[in-house]
Each structure stands twice: as structure tokens, then as C-alpha cells.
Design a protein around this ligand. Structure first.
Ligand code: NI
Length: 137
């Protein structure tokens, strides 16, 4: 079989953040980012969905071993961001605003380097049930 199949692994992490652009005034920040600009940070329960698409390997029946994928997500993403203040505790968001747009791109880049080139990768990050981002678009 060489049909392409999509495999999904979902994980979650809890993290605090503040959306703030130091190049803008406090008032502009409040207008643009609303409650997410709150100076003392706040938390979200982020839901992460990793989608891998590729041909089924006839020797295993797998596109990718979901156990391997889960371990990879834990090693590269969960250990890095879970129960962290994204702005203060992580290198990735010291200067990058931790929106779901940027979080999805950062997670994609972390995982992309460790997933075989011939497999397509897509990241979805939910900040709330109603707000989520997908990368690549
Ligand atoms: Ni927020």
C-alpha cells in the first residue's frame, strides 16, 4: 500500500503568557491584546494536535509510530513549555510574542527537524475551544 494516510497525535500543556509588544505604548498594547496583555500573566490549557501525512510503510502498517511521535512531542514540546511562563521561562518566547500563531510555528520547527522529510507535518494549537491556529496554513 502506498496510499497516503493522515495520523494525529494530541497532547496538551498548561502555560502562562502575556501578549505585549514593548515597541507599543501600554494603551496600544491593551487595545491590541485585551485581557491577554494583563501585566501579571495568565494561564491557558493549550491543546496541541500534531498531524503527520505519508505513505503507509508496508513492513509496519504505520505512517509513523504514534508512540515515537508522542515521545518526540514530550521531549521537544511538553518538557519545554508545560507549567512554564512562556515569556519568562523559555528561550523561544523571550522576544517573540507568544500568540497561538507564533506558538504553532515554533512547535512546527521543533518537530520538523526530527520527523522524516517525506512526511508532511501540520500543527494545530488550541488556546481555548474557540481560538486555535494551524501551521502551515
Ligand atoms: Ni492569553
Amino acid at each position: 500500500m502506498s496510499q497516503k494516510v493522515a495520523i494525529f497525535r494530541s497532547e496538551h500543556f498548561n502555560a502562562a503568557h502575556r501578549l505585549h509588544n514593548p515597541a507599543m505604548s501600554d494603551e496600544e498594547n491593551r487595545t491590541v491584546f485585551g485581557k491577554c496583555n494583563s501585566p501579571n500573566y495568565h494561564g491557558h490549557n493549550y491543546e496541541l494536535i500534531v498531524r503527520v501525512v505519508g505513505a503507509v510503510d508496508p513492513s509496519t502498517g504505520y505512517v509513523i509510530d504514534t508512540k515515537y511521535l508522542s515521545e518526540l512531542i514530550h521531549e521537544l514540546v511538553i518538557e519545554r513549555f508545560d507549567h512554564k511562563n512562556l515569556n519568562l521561562d523559555t528561550e523561544e518566547f523571550k522576544t517573540l510574542i507568544p500568540t497561538i500563531e507564533n506558538i504553532s510555528v515554533v512547535i512546527y520547527n521543533l518537530l520538523r527537524a526530527r520527523i522524516k522529510e517525506q512526511l508532511d507535518l501540520k500543527i494545530t494549537v488550541y488556546e481555548t475551544e474557540r481560538n486555535y491556529a494551524e501551521y502551515p496554513a
